[in-house]
Design a protein around this ligand. Sequence first.
Ligand SMILES: Nc1ncnc2c1ncn2[C@@H]1O[C@H](COP(=O)(O)OP(=O)(O)O)[C@@H](O)[C@H]1O
Ligand SMILES: [Mg+2]
Length: 119
Amino acid sequence: MSSLVVKDLCKSYVANKKQNNVLRNISFQIQEGEMVSIMGPSGSGKTTLLYTVSGMDSMTAGSVDFFGKELSKLKANDISEVRLNEMGFVFQQMYMLKNLSVYDNIILPAYQSKAQKML
Ligand SMILES: Nc1ncnc2c1ncn2[C@@H]1O[C@H](COP(=O)(O)OP(=O)(O)O)[C@@H](O)[C@H]1O
Ligand SMILES: [Mg+2]
């Protein structure tokens, strides 16, 4: 079974009454343990793809199955739970909480997740 199955994924943005179809019918599968990199020029949709397959942003059409869970059918809270416990992200920008130390920023997700048993 594939860990990630993306089928006919579409993502469009509408800005100034113009529709920008950034992702048009993207389909691929990734197996557990597989290493994959996405390459493309700036503005080609790499970040949009990562945001939609992780549920951080909504999809316009298509489906994303992550370990048997269809993300478009999950509530926002449940997607957050999946992201917290089953996904890891290193963002281009730091998304630090200013009122916490660097150390606390780093361990905060572990406190919120099931991994807190290990702390
Ligand atoms: N939140 C947004 N609202 C409107 N358009 C966006 C938004 N995010 C990205 N885009 C547009 O989607 C396209 C792809 O952007 P992006 O996914 O950031 O590309 P990449 O990561 O490959 O540089 C660009 O044309 C960008 O302007
Ligand atoms: Mg990007």
